[in-house]
Design a protein around this ligand. Structure first.
Ligand SMILES: Nc1ncnc2c1ncn2[C@@H]1O[C@H](COP(=O)(O)OP(=O)(O)OP(=O)(O)O)[C@@H](O)[C@H]1O
Ligand SMILES: [Mg+2]
Length: 352
């Protein structure tokens, strides 16, 4: 639905070039919610502004719904942009206009008149759960309500794609959740493809089907949540399902299990304990049930050294799980990454 190829953007500032996008290949499938995360300055906002050509890329192409936007001229571009909605962090509502009038503004630009325009605005407000506040002014609304107006306005042109740049980062956690659920509902009800930028991993976990990590103007990881979990050493998977690091110690073997949705965590663990007659300790877990499937990571400890646990570890691998065995304490120093590095335990050089 959205594809960028080798997208580059450089800003000229005080006689030198700042490379904001350094060859971005993004692929967002139709009907999915796709999240982009990354540190401040990574190029996230630049990317989203290039997707609807609010910002013209220095080179590369942007295709939305099969149309190459970079090849369009002004009129064609205006029409194409009408089919891409955009939601902003600070809502960008007109304070002298009522909620209804704010939503009518883009409809006015689209050429809808009188009764038709006001009916359509009413429907949009209904859709975002704000029909009863049509006559209010933005100053009389909470942050969450303002963002609902922003979303209603973004849907005016019946877009197939919605772009959102930190739409919830000015909101408290509970309001954030309600806005995310609204986006999820719109995604499902209208088949809307959503590309959202966030710096919160929780946002990705709550609504996104896929995610990408940006660093220094590039996408360094990308995939569905299940694909990321199945990728050894994935930084995003580690950040989405954090369980820290614990070494294997005297008399126990620490094992990280990654569930990517093919098996359920509980029966695997109880079956392991029963079949092999071992006491399994659960040290930590970050497991979610997404679409009825369990995804996430779990850290367990089995009594005894690695050599004593070869058979149960083999069983876990047979269940289709990714199994990373943490190294014993004494062997760690040479391969352990610096503190704060999210590389998962047991990835480099540990016993397999
Ligand atoms: N109009 C501009 N002129 C010059 N440099 C810019 C401009 N816009 C962005 N940049 C630079 O491009 C880089 C990427 O900026 P961008 O706003 O895309 O980052 P971001 O990932 O959205 O960060 P944040 O999380 O803080 O919003 C930064 O180094 C920024 O300073
Ligand atoms: Mg930004």
């Amino acid at each position: 639905m959205i594809t960028t190829t080798n997208l580059k953007k450089a800003y000229r500032s005080r006689g030198r070039d700042i490379v904001a996008l350094d060859g971005v290949d993004l692929h967002v499938r139709e009907g999915e919610v796709f999240g982009v995360v990354g540190r401040s300055g990574a190029g996230k906002s630049t990317l989203i502004r290039c997707v609807n050509l609010l910002e013209r890329p220095t080179s590369g192409t942007v295709t939305v719904a099969g149309q190459d936007l970079t090849a369009l001229h002004r009129r064609g571009l205006r029409a194409a942009r009408g089919r891409i909605g955009m939601v902003f962090q600070h809502f960008n509502l007109l304070s002298a206009r009522t909620v209804q009038q704010n939503v009518e503004l883009p409809l006015e630009i689209l050429g809808l008149r009188g009764a038709q325009r006001s009916r359509r605005a009413g429907e949009l407000l209904e859709l975002v759960g704000l029909a009863d506040r049509a006559g209010a002014y933005p100053a009389q609304l909470s942050g969450g309500q303002k963002q609902r107006v922003g979303i209603a306005r973004a849907l005016a042109g019946k877009p197939r794609v919605l772009l959102s740049d930190e739409a919830t980062s000015a909101l408290d956690p509970q309001t954030t959740r309600s806005i995310l659920h609204l986006l999820r509902d719109l995604n499902r009800q209208l088949g809307l493809t959503i590309l959202l930028i966030t710096h919160e991993m929780d946002v990705i976990k709550t609504v996104c089907d896929s995610a990408a990590l940006m660093r220094d103007g590039r996408i360094v990881e990308s995939g569905t949540v299940a694909e990321l979990l199945a990728t050894p050493g994935s930084e995003l998977a580690g950040a989405l399902f954090p369980i820290g690091q614990v070494p294997s110690g005297a008399g126990r073997t620490v094992i990280d299990l990654t569930f990517h949705g093919d098996s359920t965590a509980q029966p695997v663990i109880s079956h392991l304990a029963r079949s092999y007659n071992v006491d399994v300790s659960i040290l930590g877990a970050a497991i979610e049930t997404i679409g009825g499937l369990q995804v996430g990571r779990m850290r367990i400890a089995l009594p005894g050294a690695f050599e004593d646990n070869v058979v149960p570890i083999g069983y876990l691998r047979e269940q289709g799980l990714r199994v990373d065995v943490a190294e014993p304490e004494r062997a760690r120093s040479s391969v352990t990454a610096s503190a704060g590095d999210p590389a998962p335990a047991g990835t480099p050089g540990g016993p397999r």
